[in-house]
Design a protein around this ligand. Structure first.
Ligand code: HEC
Length: 454
């Protein structure tokens, strides 16, 4: 058994090397390359629901995390095109767009945009797009859930959309622009916020909801002024310098480069930061050679904050995008399994990276992981509800660094007036008979059904 696991790990490393998963390879993966859909297949997906619930009830966090690493290993296995399986899945236009049928052979053409989760507050200069596996997409199409009108008409008449099949997966990805001809600053999250975690998007709504009722009215009033001053990536305490030109960099090498000054609450000022140099080969990257994607990136709101302001030029053909964060949710249980991954230069640190399994291939070993199976349980050591957040997506929210995927997604609803409210960040499990749900259509936790439908 042990030999087989080792052999499997060795083979997947070799495949990863050949396919460019270690960067540095012969030809980088590029936008526009042909892809074929590849399903997740692994020994542990989909898992049996009673097995997952038993681990949750037994507070078996190591077991729950092992399952998520198994899913990650299965999703990130390389396909013949060189792309990991999950990047062959369907994007928003393919899942919620006009066309029911899709050609078997497609091209990798990322539909970058600001994550609408951030957009709902103020924008931020990050590239993002979602992916949905075949099971998720088919369920949407066969029920007509790509139509917002249909979902709005269902609200008030029905309590829930049809349950998604247990092998449905949805994914949100976040990317960072990397210049081909020099060093790129990239902020890393060391779990040490530089601002109070109560600052950020949703602050006013948190105050209005009575969250700060222990503060004086004057203190509460002051709290409402920090809506734009959360722990966004501009405020992260440390940056690394990504080097695209060398496959390895001597240990301890540093460089000076420009990045936001974490001391500036308004996130405008730029300062010189000392950064550890890391080779780009440690990240999953895709080269952008086509003018259409270049123009798309340059037209995203605030893209110039990371390109013109930091590099002194726009994004150009030949530059790269690096995968820095991934959210996933799987319908293996009725509350779904929630997991998030983010790149880190010391990815093996405890507690989010020291239990990664050997089957995770190549550069996908350089991501830390956080996961929850429930909006509250099992409680954290200090008694707080279970926490799982991604610094590139949720740290900017008021209370984001203590948030829980499931606590927010259980509120994914459509009302007769349109999508439900996302903010403020809320905590705690909502029973199905909670008054919150009155007159609303539950979307089986998928916020995309509220915001991506046409
Ligand atoms: C404060 C609310 C909030 C929190 C907390 C949150 N999300 Fe989301 N999430 C959203 C919204 C809103 C969207 C829809 C944005 C869009 O259209 O992509 C979304 C989209 C997603 C998607 C794309 C599919 C879907 O369900 O729409 C995934 C996957 C996802 N989130 C996973 C996670 C994970 C994993 C976590 C925890 C680490 C998390 N989310 C935390 C609000 C939240």
């Amino acid at each position: 058994m042990r030999r087989r696991i080792l052999l499997f790990a060795a083979v997947s490393c070799a495949v990863a090397l050949l396919s460019g998963f270690h960067g540095g390879g012969a030809r980088p993966l590029a936008v526009g390359q042909r892809i074929l859909y590849a399903a997740v297949s692994g020994p542990d997906f989909p898992a049996r629901q009673p097995d997952l619930l038993r681990m949750l009830d037994a507070k078996d966090v190591p077991g729950m995390r092992r399952h998520v690493w198994n899913v990650w290993a299965a999703m990130t296995q390389p396909t013949p095109s060189g792309f990991p399986r999950f990047l062959t899945w369907y994007q928003v236009s393919e899942t919620f767009g006009a066309s029911d049928s899709l050609p078997a052979e497609r091209v990798f053409a990322p539909e970058f945009r600001i994550p609408s989760q951030k957009n709902i507050g103020s924008g931020d200069a990050i590239l993002s797009f979602n992916l949905y596996n075949d099971s998720f997409r088919y369920h949407v199409r066969r029920n007509g859930y790509q139509s917002k009108k249909k979902l709005i008409a269902m609200a008030g008449r029905l309590t829930d959309v049809e349950d998604f099949p247990n092998d449905s997966i949805s994914v949100k990805t976040v990317w960072w622009p990397v210049r081909r001809d020099g060093l790129t600053a990239f902020p890393v999250w060391d779990d040490t916020p530089t601002r109070p975690i109560t600052w950020g998007r949703g602050d006013k709504a948190l105050v209005a909801s009575g969250f700060f009722k222990d503060l004086t009215p004057a203190e509460q009033q002051a709290m409402t002024t920090h809506e734009e001053e959360g722990n966004d990536f501009e405020a992260f305490g440390r940056v690394v310098a990504i080097d695209p030109r060398r496959p390895s960099v001597p240990r301890g090498e540093t460089a000076e480069l420009n990045f936001f000054d974490p001391m500036d609450a308004r996130m405008q000022r730029i300062t010189t930061r000392t950064a550890r140099v890391v080779p780009m080969s440690r990240m999953f990257t895709v080269q952008v050679n086509d003018q259409k994607t270049v123009d798309w990136i340059n037209h995203l709101p605030l893209a110039d904050e990371l390109t013109i302001r930091m590099w002194g030029r726009r994004f150009e053909r030949g530059d790269y995008v690096a995968l820095v964060a991934v959210h996933i949710s799987t319908r293996e249980t009725p509350d779904w399994v929630w997991a998030t991954f983010y790149w880190h230069d010391q990815p093996d640190q405890a507690p989010l990276g020291n239990d990664r399994i050997a089957a995770v291939p190549g550069v996908f070993r350089d991501y830390k992981m956080h996961s929850v199976y429930h909006a509250e349980l099992p409680k954290e050591a200090g008694g707080h509800n279970a926490i799982a957040f991604n610094p590139y997506l949720e740290a900017a929210f008021a209370y984001g660094p203590r948030s829980n995927c499931s606590a927010c997604h259980q509120r994914a609803v459509m009302t007769a007036d349109g999508p439900g409210d996302v903010f403020p960040v809320r905590l705690g499990y909502l029973p199905k008979d909670d008054p919150f749900y009155k007159g609303k259509l539950r979307l089986d936790t998928s916020w995309s059904l509220a915001y991506e439908t046409k």
